[in-house]
Ligand binder design. Structure first.
Ligand code: NI
Length: 453
C-alpha cells in the first residue's frame, strides 16, 4: 500500500521551522570568527578579561587560546577559595600584540594576573609563523647555525648574572648554568623586540620561586653569530664621531717578509704617540692590545691609532689571570673592554690577547674572539733598555713573526722603532694582525691560538 506523502499545512510549517532551527544551530557553531574576540567573565570574587588573538593562522590561534585557557584555569584554581583583599576582586587579563619582520609574523600573548600580594604576575608567550608557508616557527628557525645555541647559552648566562648583580637577586652559579645550558627547552620563551632577543626564564629555572620570572634582553650587537642576519635589526653602535680608518692596498706587501709588532698593556699616552709618530717612515701599521681600564683615559691614543690604520685588540679590562676567574668574571673582563673600545671608535675588537697568554678552550668558547699570542718576546718590561729590545727583535725576527712589546715604556718604543729601521732595510714590512692573516691567506679560527703566521 502506498502511504500518502501529502502534508497538511501544519506539517509544512513544522518542516519550515526545522530548517530555520538547523540553520540557526549551524550558524551559532560555525559562524565566522569575529574581528575582536573579547571575553569577559565575572563572578563574586574574580574578573577574567581576555582578548583572544585573531589572525588567520589557525594553529597559532589554537595554541595561544590553549595557553590562555590553561593559565586562566590555574588562576581560578588558585583564588576560588580565597577571600577578597580589601574588597577588590582578583583579576586575570590576557592581551596580545602582533609584530612583523619581513615575511615572519609574530604574536605575543601577555597575561597579567593577581592572586594576592603586591603585584600582578606577568607572563608572555610568543608565537611566530611564516606568512607564506603558514609554518610555525620556533627559536631554532631564527638561529644562524649549529653553534648558535651554544653561543646563546653563554650570552644568556652572562646577561642573567648581570641582571642578578644589578637587581640584587640571589642566584647560584650552577643553577644558572643549568637553566641556561644549550637546550631548546631552556629557551621556549623568547621574543624579538626592538632592543634585542628577550628571553624569559620561568620561576625555578634560574632562580628561586620568590624571584618569579626573570627576563633578560640580549642586545642585537651580541647576536650577530646567533640570529640569522635578517633578524638582526638596529644594531646600537655608538658612534661618538665618525672614524674612518685608513685602509691600505696590500698588493705591495705580497712578496715581502712580514712581521707584526704588537703592543700590550697600553695605551701608553705620550709613548704611544711617540710610536705612532715613528711608524710612517716605515709605512708600518701595528697592533695594540689595550687594557679596558685605560681606554677612557687614553681615548685619544686609541682614536688616532685606529684612524691611522693600526689595529686595536683587547688585552682584557683589568689584566687578571683568566684561569683564576669564574665564567661570569671572564665575560665581564672581555665584554667591558669591548664596550669601552666601541664607545671610542664605534667598533668592537675581534682579537684578544689574554694576560700572560693564559687561554684554554673554555675561555675561548666564552669570549668568542680570536686569540693572538706571540712568538718573539722582547722582555722589554724587564730589561727596559732600548738596545736590548732592539737586539731581541733582530735576533728572532722571521717572516710571519708576532713580536710582543709594551707601549708604556719609552725604551720599548725607541727599541721597536730602531728595530724597524734595520728590518725595513732587510726587506721586512710591518703589518697588523688582520693584514698579516689576509696576506698569509689565513682565515682566523676561534678555536686556535696564533703565535705566528
Ligand atoms: Ni700584559
Amino acid at each position: 500500500m502506498k502511504q500518502s506523502i501529502k502534508l497538511s499545512k501544519a506539517g509544512k510549517r513544522t518542516i519550515g521551522m526545522l530548517f530555520v532551527v538547523v540553520f540557526l544551530v549551524l550558524f551559532v557553531f560555525f559562524r565566522p570568527k569575529p574581528i575582536d574576540n573579547h571575553n569577559i567573565e565575572e563572578t563574586k570574587n574574580y574578573i577574567v578579561k581576555i582578548d583572544y588573538p585573531t589572525l588567520d593562522n589557525k594553529k597559532i590561534l589554537k595554541e595561544s587560546a590553549e595557553f590562555i585557557d590553561n593559565k586562566k584555569e590555574e588562576f581560578i584554581d588558585s583564588i576560588k577559595d580565597l577571600d577578597l583583599v580589601g574588597g577588590a576582586k582578583y583579576d586575570f587579563i590576557a592581551t596580545y600584540s602582533l609584530n612583523k619582520m619581513n615575511e615572519i609574523s609574530g604574536i605575543k600573548v601577555t597575561i597579567f594576573y593577581y592572586t594576592g600580594g603586591n603585584h600582578y604576575i606577568r607572563e608572555d608567550k610568543s608565537y611566530y609563523y611564516n606568512e607564506n608557508t603558514k609554518e610555525f616557527l620556533g627559536l631554532k628557525d631564527f638561529l644562524k647555525n649549529d653553534q648558535s645555541l651554544d653561543k646563546l647559552s653563554v650570552l644568556a648566562y652572562y646577561y642573567l648574572m648581570e641582571y642578578a648583580s644589578s637587581n640584587d637577586v640571589n642566584i647560584l652559579d650552577n643553577v644558572v648554568k643549568d637553566g641556561t645550558k644549550a637546550d631548546f627547552k631552556n629557551y621556549e620563551h623568547f621574543n624579538l623586540t626592538s632592543a634585542g632577543l628577550e628571553v624569559t626564564f620561568v620561576p625555578y629555572q634560574v632562580a628561586s620561586w620568590a624571584d618569579g620570572e626573570i627576563k633578560i634582553t640580549i642586545p642585537y650587537k651580541d647576536l650577530t653569530e646567533v640570529l640569522k642576519d635578517e633578524y638582526i635589526k638596529d644594531i646600537d653602535i655608538i658612534k661618538p664621531e665618525e672614524i674612518k680608518p685608513e685602509v691600505r692596498d696590500l698588493e705591495e706587501f705580497k712578496d715581502k717578509k712580514l712581521i707584526a709588532f704588537t703592543f700590550d698593556d697600553g695605551p701608553g699616552g705620550k709613548y704611544t704617540d711617540m710610536l705612532l709618530d715613528g711608524l710612517d717612515k716605515y709605512d708600518a701599521k701595528v697592533t695594540f692590545f689595550v687594557l679596558g681600564n685605560r681606554v677612557n683615559q687614553f681615548a685619544n691614543n686609541i682614536r688616532r691609532a685606529y684612524k691611522e690604520g693600526n689595529q686595536i685588540g683587547s688585552h682584557t679590562y683589568n689584566h687578571l689571570n683568566l684561569y683564576r676567574l669564574n665564567d661570569y668574571d671572564i665575560l665581564k673582563e672581555v665584554k667591558n673592554t669591548n664596550k669601552a673600545i666601541r664607545n671610542i671608535i664605534g667598533v668592537e675588537p675581534t682579537i684578544l690577547r689574554p694576560p700572560y697568554g693564559n687561554i684554554n678552550s673554555k675561555i675561548k668558547s666564552l669570549t668568542n674572539m680570536h686569540t693572538i699570542l706571540w712568538d718573539v718576546d722582547t722582555l722589554d718590561w724587564k730589561n727596559k733598555n732600548k738596545d736590548k729590545v732592539k737586539e731581541e727583535v733582530l735576533k728572532h725576527a722571521h717572516d710571519g713573526a708576532i713580536v710582543l712589546f709594551h707601549d708604556i715604556y719609552k725604551s720599548s718604543v725607541e727599541g721597536a722603532l730602531e728595530a724597524m729601521e734595520k728590518l725595513y732595510q732587510d726587506g721586512y714590512r710591518f703589518v697588523t694582525i688582520d693584514e698579516m692573516a689576509t696576506l698569509k691567506g689565513v682565515t682566523l679560527d676561534y678555536e686556535k691560538s696564533y703565535f705566528s703566521f
